[in-house]
Design a protein around this ligand. Structure first.
Ligand code: AMP
Ligand code: MG
Length: 278
């Protein structure tokens, strides 16, 4: 199939199950040699149309769901990816949820309790802007729970995602890959623009100081939780047009493989010729 002029190979960004993956093996500014932004724009818009029609089928079929998990460091582009890729998709069939610091009610339960409630129902595309992975990332970096418990969470996560898969929810996980230098550039830009101040949190600078710890925590999570049922993709995210193409393509191909079908009518159309309606 070559309906899209720009053919992106995203398989090279998939973290192989079984470990041994290093973040340094993928350049965060990779574009696979492409530089034609006009072609990228045209391709993205074709992909969005495809996404929109696949999503309508998914909704009509009402038997399967798709969950996109988005993780990134601050300024990695999670919000902007959602905005760009999902533009034009019927909001009725989408559930987007951003996970913040857990509330006392949430902390009183196991870490997956709040997450399970937010998974997309059948027929929907769900997007997690941050996710249960925070519970092995920020929680690990800051030692918010005992290490023995964090250690068990990778298995808990894999079992949870397998459960979703077995019940008809396809899980795709994307880490938006940026470098520490790129983050600095983005943070500076954020502070130069009053309309972006709302996105800045002085705490982001504290997290930045722990960049290496975060990268180690990410590598661990990517290696231990990239499974055939719920693979992780490390998407180069510094060229935003390229990042959008990869994520859109991934969603379109996943939905195509799910092959949602319009349900058969609950009536015999021969009994209702349109011209006979009064
Ligand atoms: P933002 O996405 O910029 O609105 O920030 C949300 C903040 O909530 C980030 O600093 C996350 O690290 C934090 N957060 C999300 N989930 C958790 C969690 N399970 N435990 C601790 N902090 C979390
Ligand atoms: Mg933030």
């Amino acid at each position: 199939m070559n309906e899209h002029p720009l053919d992106i190979d995203y398989d090279r960004y998939r973290v192989p199950p079984g470990g041994g993956f290093r973040l340094s093996s993928i350049a965060s500014d990779d574009t696979q040699g492409m530089d034609d932004k006009d072609a990228a724009r045209a391709t993205l818009s074709a992909l969005r149309e495809r996404l929109s029609s696949l999503q309508e089928r998914l909704y009509a079929e009402d038997r399967q769901a798709l969950l996109l998990v988005l993780q990134a460091m601050d300024t990695g582009g999670k919000d902007s990816t959602i905005r760009s890729v999902m533009k034009g998709v019927n909001p009725q069939g989408c559930r987007i949820y951003g996970f913040k610091k857990p509330t006392p009610q949430e902390l009183a339960r196991d870490f997956l309790w709040r997450v399970h409630q937010r998974v997309p129902p059948k027929g929907h595309i769900g997007i997690f802007n941050r996710s249960h992975y925070e519970d092995v990332l920020v929680v690990r970096v800051h030692g918010l729970v005992p290490p023995e418990l964090i250690e068990k969470r990778y298995d808990h996560i894999n079992a949870f995602e397998r459960l979703l898969h077995d019940h008809g929810t396809r899980v795709v996980k994307v880490y938006l890959h940026i470098s520490k230098d790129y983050q600095l550039e983005r943070l500076r830009r954020r502070l130069e623009r009053p309309d972006k101040w709302w996105k800045f949190n002085p705490q982001d600078l504290e997290e930045r100081k722990r960049w290496d710890d975060y990268m180690r925590a990410y590598e661990l999570a990517l290696n231990r939780c990239s499974t055939p049922e719920a693979p992780w993709y490390v998407v180069p995210a510094e060229k935003r047009w390229f990042r959008n193409l990869v994520v859109a393509r991934l969603l379109v191909d996943t939905l195509e493989a799910m092959s949602p079908q319009y349900p058969p009518p609950s009536f015999d159309p021969a009994d209702y010729p349109p011209a006979s309606l009064r």
